[in-house]
Design a protein around this ligand. Structure first.
Ligand code: HEM
Length: 393
């Protein structure tokens, strides 16, 4: 079997990819594919996805394949998600401290007040597109405030990063390059401002780390800020949006959560599993010839781990298509696994819990303002999320 990646990026596929993933797990668990001219393999079973994410023979930066990306996309690619070994560890260690569960917990009251402010509009108007009115501005505000990105340029940066994310073929990638460059030059400007006038924010802390010695180069500094900004909200927006949809569609689960707020942490884990906001992990390349599930993968070939499929694997999760906020155990892979395990997981969990519990506490009868079948999903290779979610109270 051969799967075209462009088919997996279609909005109609994203609406419900799970029957096809079940077929792949049964018939072709390591299935041939191709991405941007690069031959590769899609991996769909839980055990294989887990193994791939931890396998040190699979590299993020395999020069023969990634050289042209570095050349065209430039500074933006010098981030930890594209590095291996000591360089990856060095970049991750620089920001890790800012995202520990303890520090993130201190953001709780700020996250609560942003949620409340955004929901005022729903209260007044009686209806809202929950994606643009709530699910997006909450994480965008939180990560921007942490980094120190001023409110007046947040929407502009969002527009630039969205176009970068939407590319699903070579033409799309080439078209997004000017926006990537603009994003980088805007971040460089912020870096220069913080050098002149330090503040109490993460950009200043990173600038000071760069100035302190050889721990961080200028392109790495800029790429780290871009990654934190984009990773900080482009996934969480879908945790909140798809999570709200799942809870609207499962009223008995929603009522259980409202009766017992202590279920919030376990409910968020189930939302992460059931909706898998990052449907596919980012690229990995075989450093050497290897075998996976009796399939031979040659040196340099691309390996793509399908997190959404692993999270619906019936050998790991009983009744995987059932949305159960009390599911135990729930060892989902929505945040990845191994060296690149999501750095922002504590922040995403906190935002998801507060956003969804606040929403349904204030509006217990929230309903869809359009039939489910007509909801539009985003065209994307790795993200799974809604374009719009019109709701009414
Ligand atoms: C629901 C929300 C989120 C989901 C589902 C998610 C998912 C993921 C996944 C699957 C990876 C690993 C990708 C791979 O191995 O190819 C990852 C990495 C990463 N995430 Fe998240 N993420 C979320 C929110 C956040 C937030 C709020 C931040 C905030 C800073 C963040 C920052 C990062 C960073 C920096 C990495 C790279 C880590 C590394 O390379 O060592 N993420 N995320």
């Amino acid at each position: 079997m051969f799967v075209k990646m462009s088919d997996l990026a279609r909005p109609s596929f994203k609406a419900d990819p799970y029957p096809f993933y079940a077929r792949l797990r049964a018939e072709a668990p390591v299935c041939a594919t191709e991405l941007l001219g690069q031959p590769g393999w899609l991996v769909t079973r839980y055990t294989d996805v887990f193994a791939v994410l931890k396998d040190e023979r699979l590299l993020k930066d395999w020069r023969p394949a990634t050289r042209w990306v570095h050349r065209f996309a430039g500074a933006i690619t010098r981030n930890m998600l594209n590095q291996d070994g000591p360089d990856h560890l060095r970049l991750r260690a620089l920001v890790h401290k800012a995202f520990t569960p303890h520090l993130v917990e201190q953001l709780r009251s700020r996250v609560e007040s942003v949620c409340d402010e955004l929901l005022e509009k729903l209260e007044t108007d009686g209806r809202m597109d929950l994606m643009s009115g709530y699910a997006l501005p909450l994480p965008l505000t939180v990560i921007s405030e942490l980094l120190g990105i001023p409110p007046e340029i947040r929407d502009r940066l969002h527009g630039l990063s969205r176009s970068t994310f939407s590319a699903t073929n070579i033409l799309g990638v080439l078209r997004s390059l000017p926006d990537q460059r603009l994003l980088i030059s805007r971040i460089r400007k912020l870096v220069a401002e913080r050098r002149r006038e330090p503040r109490d924010d993460l950009i200043t802390a990173l600038v000071q780390a760069e100035e302190a010695g050889d721990r961080l180069s200028e392109p790495e500094l800029v790429a780290t800020i871009a990654l934190l900004l984009v990773a900080g909200y482009e996934t969480t927006v879908n945790l909140i949006g798809s999570g709200a949809l799942a809870l609207i569609q499962h009223p008995e689960q929603r009522q259980k959560l409202m009766r017992e707020p202590t279920l919030a942490p376990s409910a968020i884990e189930e939302v992460l599993r059931y909706t898998s906001p990052l449907d596919m992990a980012t690229q990995r390349f075989a450093r050497e010839d290897m075998t996976l599930d009796s399939v031979k993968i040659s040196q340099g070939e691309l390996v793509l781990a399908v997190l959404g499929s692993a999270n619906h694997d019936e050998t790991q999760f009983a009744n995987p298509e059932t949305f159960d906020i009390m599911r135990q155990p729930n060892k989902h892979l929505a945040f990845g696994q191994g060296a690149h395990f999501c750095l922002g997981a504590p922040l995403a969990r906190l935002e998801g819990q507060i956003a969804l519990t606040t929403l349904f506490r204030r509006f217990p009868d929230l309903r869809l303002a359009q039939v489910r079948e007509s909801l539009r999903w985003r065209k994307s290779l790795i993200i799974r999320g809604l374009e719009e979610l019109p709701v009414a109270i």
